[in-house]
Design a protein around this ligand. Sequence first.
Ligand code: SAH
Length: 480
Amino acid sequence: MLLTISTTHQPATDLGYLLHKNPSRLQSVELAYGTAHIFYPEATPTRCTAALLLDIDPVGLVRNHRGPAGEGFALEQYVNDRPYVASSFLSSALAKSFNTALNGTCKDRPELPAQRWPFEATVAVVPAASEQELRRLFEPLGYAVAVETHPLDPAQPDWGPSRYHTLRLRHEALQLRELLSHLYVLMPVLDNDKHYWVGESEVEKLLSKGGDWLPRHPEREFITRRYLLNLAEYTRPALERLLAERDPAAPDAAAGERQPEFADSPAQAAPAAEQAPAPRRNLHDLRLERVAEEIGRLGAKRVLDLGCGEGKLLRLLLQIRAVEFVLGMDVSYQALSRAHDRLHLAEMPPRQRQRLELVQGSLLYHDPRLAGFDAAAVVEVIEHLDEGRLTAFEQVVFARARPQAVLVTTPNVSYNQKFEQLHAGAFRHTDHRFEWTRAEFEDWASGVAGRHGYRVRVEPLGPEDPDVGAPSQLAVFELE
Ligand code: SAH
């Protein structure tokens, strides 16, 4: 069983501090059922990889009565997948080997755990019913997921695929603690064959390692049930506590604005959207209508909706006669499948269906599919990107894709004080990486325009307050 974690954050060898394991040495940690070896196959300033190799002792498992029950066949106690697949053994090994990192502490470099770095993690191998199951679990957490499904027997292709997969996860910016806590919770969920008894302490572990993200995960019920082995006596109270720990009132909603429907946190968005019909047009709808109106005014025929989420703007764009083709792109598979459902793509008449395409992709990497468009909408997306990666975004959209017009909206942070339930200094959404004042947005927008040959104007979005301005802001860039 092998887990590797790589980063290209620089200096990449800082990973050693975070994991509290020296990159120049092999270290081994004794576990009840084997040994975990930690080493670094590569450790350069630009890329560093830590590997955790779990060497499980199948005989020891049997002696400790921790192996499978052995009901399948005579030698099952000795001949089974336990030594090879990622399971709750991996979770225990993670907790023991990377304890401080999993808790988000770093004695030598206390500033590191809060930093969000690009990470790649590979697990060989994970058991899962299908590739889809892996995607359902990891994509809502913001990972780009690649799965290699292993055949039952490479010499017998007719036998088809096995339930074993090599899983590769890539995330552009997250804390190592988050990555480890995702693996810690989700490996036993996938394996569904826990090696220890489930009890009260498992509920606490689940809530402590998953408390930050599980309440917003669309598969939270499945995860909780599987983690607790479907034991109703534990699952029900755990779910109740999880849901109680969810952010009770979203600030945007409190001020009459429905939350933007974040693909990566649909659990937050869905209730706000579904519970009470908004008494008046909410700010998010206003924002989308304004953007659609502007695209109509520009006479654009081919339109991009970048970070399209669940497709609300796509629907408005399809209503504009002049628009011949719309490409919706989002990094979240979950968001795209919701868009697919909400727009009833499967039942659309062919002529209408031809006008729309949905693709998965990231705005931080050059993508030739984005070239040749008249206009691009980027509605409430940039604040989800790390500020340091905005130059990559700028290159992708303004230098490479180069649509005739680009419409970018983002919150005006000065307006936050009007949201009574928002603590001073807090962002409107937990996933926002930054929020700007009007001056900061104008600064950024005019910089981008100047560097890429666009002219730009910035306008307020939503009802204006005399002191702090409007809740949101729109920049319209047009090629000169
Ligand atoms: N534009 C939509 C959704 C806004 S929420 C609307 O206004 O309703 C932000 C969206 O940006 C989410 O759907 C999220 O998945 C997407 N996103 C975040 N990072 C991204 C990236 N690097 N590339 C593409 N989309 C991204």
